[in-house]
Design a binder for this molecule. Sequence first.
Ligand code: RB5
Length: 144
Amino acid sequence: MAAETVALASDHGGFELKEQLKKELASKGYQVLDLGTNSPDSVDYPDFGQALADAITSGKASKGVGLCGSGIGISIALNRKKGVRAALVHSGLEARLSRQHNDANVLVMGGRFTGIEVAKDALNEFLTAKFEGGRHTRRIEKLG
Ligand code: RB5
């Protein structure tokens, strides 16, 4: 079976964490689609949120990781696009619940708030936990 493709995007505030998580994904055998940014120079998070949202809705990637300084700006940008369910998390448990209950397709974290070990744990939970369906399906459907 072909490796699952995970797309990553960040602004400058999430750049370092993106580079670290990119290595983590590659070491676990995932196909990585890096949508930038590619340096710590200042950029605008809506541009990267939109690129990541497009990668998810077009099917270029089945899941995504969005990062900015706080995680707030890029999660707002991502959730403007129909079909994207971006979850801003600060722990592995929240990441797991975002899959089990919300069928989140993008994991969001803040590069200035979340350390690498917590970020790796959250990434692992996000990629391995399964949507539970049932009552949660009705709720996802109400999101449109
Ligand atoms: C950039 O300085 C910062 O505002 C951005 O990364 C993010 O935290 C916005 O929500």
